[in-house]
Ligand binder design. Sequence first.
Ligand code: COI
Length: 355
Amino acid sequence: PLTLTPTPSLSNASYSQTVELADIEWDNLGFGLQPTDYMYIMKCPHGGTFSKGELKRFGNIELNPSAGVLNYGQGLFEGLKAYRKEDGNILLFRPEENALRLQMGAERMCMPSPTVDQFVESIKDTVLANKRWVPPTGKGSLYIRPLLMGSGPVLGLAPAPEYTFLIYVSPVGNYFKEGLAPINLIIENELHRATPGGTGSVKTIGNYAAVLKAQSVAKAKGYSDVLYLDCVHKKYLEEVSSCNIFVVKGNNISTPAIKGTILPGITRKSIIDVARSQGFQVEERLVSVDELLDADEVFCTGTAVVVSPVGSVTYLGNRVSYGEGIGAVSQQLYSVLTRLQMGITEDVMNWTVEL
Ligand code: COI
C-alpha cells in the first residue's frame, strides 16, 4: 500500500490518518476507465420497486439480447464525484441532486427509479467499497457513474419488464486533453442534439450517442468539442456535447435557460450560485451566437469537465479567440468551487456529504 502524502501546492497540513491507496500512477490521471474493485447492482422486478441491492466484484454483466436498453435505448446515466480531503476523508458532492435528476429522467423514459435515500446510500456503499481508488487531494477525483436501464426482455416496443440500477466508479483527472488550458469549440450548424418535446433535458444514453458523429468530425479537425444551437432558430446556444456553457461580459454571466432541450447540470446550477455569491450578475435566458462571439470570456461546466475555459469558438468557418490561458472569471469560479468540493474551504453552501 502507498501512503497518502500532502500535496505541497495545496496545503502544508499533514494527514491525521494513513490512507491505503491503490497502486497506480496517480499523477496525470485523464478521463478513462480504470477498473476498480466493486460495482453495485439493484434490480426492480416486473411491477415491483427497487428494494435491496448488493456490491459485486467489478466486471461484465449479463443481459438478455432483447433487453429494453439494448433494443430501444431505455437507459439513463448519472455522473458525480467523490473527492479526498486533505485529512484523508472522502466528500461526495450533492448526491441528492443526482438522485432527483435520475428520478425526473426515469419518469420521462417510463422507468421506475430508486428513492433519493436508496440512491445516496448505494453511492456511499460503492465509494466506501472502492475507497482506495479515490485519488489523493489535488490529483483528481473518483468519478461515480450510476446507470438505470431496462434490463428485462421485450420484443415489441414497450417498457421493459425489469430494471437494473448499477453503479461503477473510476478515478479520473481532467476530462479534456487540454487539462485546464482553454478548449476550442466548433458550433454545429446542421445536426442537433435535442428538439422541443424530445429528451434533451434528461440524461438518457441516446442523447450522447446522437452527438458522436459531429464530435468525431470536430475532433478530426482539431476541435475539443461541439457546441449545439437550438433547432428552431439555429441562433440560440444550447449546450456542448459533454457540458453546459456560460458567457461572460463585464460583471454579467449568462447561460442558456433550462427549457426542455438542455441538461440541467448540477455543476451548472452550483456555478450559478457560486457566481452570485461572488458578486456577479447571473442570467438564465436565451443566449444568442452573436453574444457568444462578442463575449469577454466563455467557459463550460459539467461534473466531468468541472469548469473548462473556452479559448476559441468557430462558427461558419470564422474563428473568434478569447485570449491565451484561463480567463480571470473562469479561474475564480473554478477555484471557489473545487476548493469547496475538496473540503479545503468551509462548505458554506452545505453541498458536500462526508463519508
Ligand atoms: C458528466 O459530466 O458527468 C457527464 O455525464 C458527461 C459525460 C459526457 C462524461
